[in-house]
Design a protein around this ligand. Structure first.
Ligand code: SF4
Length: 290
């Protein structure tokens, strides 16, 4: 058996940074309670390890933070939060560590800048996703109307695109979905400014997977079943490879894969290295790597 890993797989920069920030906070604050606003990462194995290190999970708006929480550390995850949540935390006297991904910070700033200049902000993405809640919070706090567009059908239902309007997206939206939404809104008013705020991390993992599929008999996609970018990797693998499966842990490797000659591995942007290694080790027990 030959095992090949995609050139780019696993943790993206923002997630790795957030996890390392939480681990450092635990080491540096042994006397304090450590919290994250919502789960730090869409991966159960990684969350279990963080919980063992003392990381507790609060609701995304911190509404369940105890009244006597002054001696606590609260970590803002890579998705970021609306400015009001940040202000509330600071007024409660807790230590806030901001692990918002720099790419998301940039989207928050751009949304706020356009809002201050009187633009209506259209934001393409999942309206319940923390990143979208955060960015729209920045636009609204800066005085703009912020309209969240989930699909091109929502864009089609928009009745008016003002002369001063800007469109930006959740960093992980698919390029084709974003282009379709932009085309529908542009057809209503060509003056719409369309920003490119898509993070390359998703495309990089997709492109590396497409290359990998040319040289293997089956693909194992390692990652959380609720992770959008992991599910998108699975769809690509299913399109391009005869055998494809999504697994969260090594225990879930389907039996058929042990009979394949060449197995490719990829992993979503929130899959920790130790889970990828454990899958590789389990396969290596049945063959050897080149
Ligand atoms: S996917 Fe991109 S924007 Fe999102 S956390 Fe990772 S690096 Fe940051």
């Amino acid at each position: 058996m030959v095992i090949k890993k995609a050139e780019i797989l696993g943790y993206c920069m923002g997630v790795r940074r957030a996890v390392e920030t939480a681990e450092l906070a635990c080491r540096e604050n042994p006397d304090k309670k450590i919290f994250t606003l919502g789960p730090l990462i869409h991966n159960n194995s990684a969350l279990e390890v963080l919980a063992e290190k003392g990381v507790n999970v609060l609701k995304e708006d911190a509404s369940d933070l105890a009244a006597d929480a002054e001696n606590s550390v609260v970590i803002v995850r890579a998705h970021g939060v609306p400015p009001l949540v940040m202000q509330n935390l600071k007024s409660r006297g807790v230590t806030v560590i901001d692990a918002t991904c720099p790419r998301v910070l940039s989207s928050q700033k751009r949304a706020a800048d356009y809002a201050r200049r009187g633009y209506t902000v259209f934001l393409a993405g999942d309206k319940n996703h923390g990143e979208v809640v955060g960015i729209s919070g920045y636009a609204r706090a800066s005085g703009a109307d912020c309209i969240v567009i989930e699909h091109k059908e929502d864009a089609a239902a928009v009745t008016h695109v003002p002369e001063k309007s800007v469109l930006l997206s959740q960093t992980t939206i698919s390029r084709s979905e974003y282009d379709a939404i932009a085309a529908v809104l542009k057809a209503k008013n060509d003056a719409l400014v369309v920003l490119n705020t898509i993070c390359p991390a998703t495309d990089e993992r997709q492109n590396a997977l497409i290359e990998l599929c040319k040289n293997v008999d089956g693909i194992l996609v390692i990652g959380g079943r609720h992770s959008a970018n992991t599910k998108r990797l699975l769809r690509t693998a299913q399109d391009l490879c005869a055998h494809a499966a999504l697994i969260e842990t090594a225990e879930e490797i389907p039996q058929e894969f042990f009979a394949l000659e060449r197995i490719g591995l990829t992993a979503g942007a929130s899959t920790p290295d130790f889970v990828i290694d454990s899958v590789e080790d389990a396969l290596l027990e049945h063959g050897h790597k080149i």
